[in-house]
Design a protein. Structure first.
Length: 187
């Protein structure tokens, strides 16, 4: 694989749909956990009483009713802080995944268009380094096979142009070339 480049991406939303869905799903999970936690706290405290002083008067209430405002405020603050932290963390984590996937898509598109001269270069600490190495190895193997076939065709073409072979010899060369192609590529 080519030496990883040392540049830093300036755009963190590389695959916006994927990254947005990832953030929304984790945020929904955090929100669901908060709601479940609140419901469980209120449920388990409903059969208890709490006494407190309000304006110099002693009040006795259900514990769940007494702690509801504090629980709601605490959960609102906690969810907000965790949501912001989660968005930042998810954005950076998904960026480490989406960036290499974007590179793979570009390089595979080039290969599909017939350009097998490039390699997949990822930044330091990007994910999928082994996959990039495997793809680079595959492309290098294709280059070698194509070069072997091109050399064989060039030799046969040179013999035909120099009139060193007749039709029968040309047919034999073409059969050898077909055998070579069949041995290099499985269909």
């Amino acid at each position: 694989m080519a030496k990883p480049t040392s540049y830093r991406r300036k755009q963190y939303f590389i695959q916006k749909e994927y990254q947005t869905k990832f953030i929304l799903k984790l945020s929904a999970l955090i929100l669901a956990g908060t709601v479940i936690s609140t419901v469980l706290i209120l449920y388990f405290s409903q059969d208890t009483l709490t006494s407190s002083y309000v304006n110099s008067r002693l009040e006795v209430k259900s514990t769940s009713a007494a702690i509801l405002p504090a629980v709601m405020l605490t959960n609102a603050i906690t969810v907000t802080v965790i949501f912001i932290a989660a968005v930042v963390v998810i954005l950076f984590i998904s960026h480490k995944i989406a960036g290499p996937m974007y590179r793979f898509e570009k390089e595979i598109k080039k290969i599909d268009e017939g350009d097998i001269s490039g390699t997949i270069s990822l930044r330091d600490k990007d994910q999928f380094e082994k996959l990039a190495q495997s793809l680079d190895g595959m492309v290098a193997g294709l280059r070698q096979k194509i070069t072997l076939i091109q050399d064989t065709v060039d030799q046969a073409l040179g013999k035909v142009e120099n009139q060193e072979m007749d039709q029968e010899m040309l047919a034999a060369e073409l059969r050898e070339l077909k055998t070579l192609i069949d041995s290099q590529f499985k269909r």
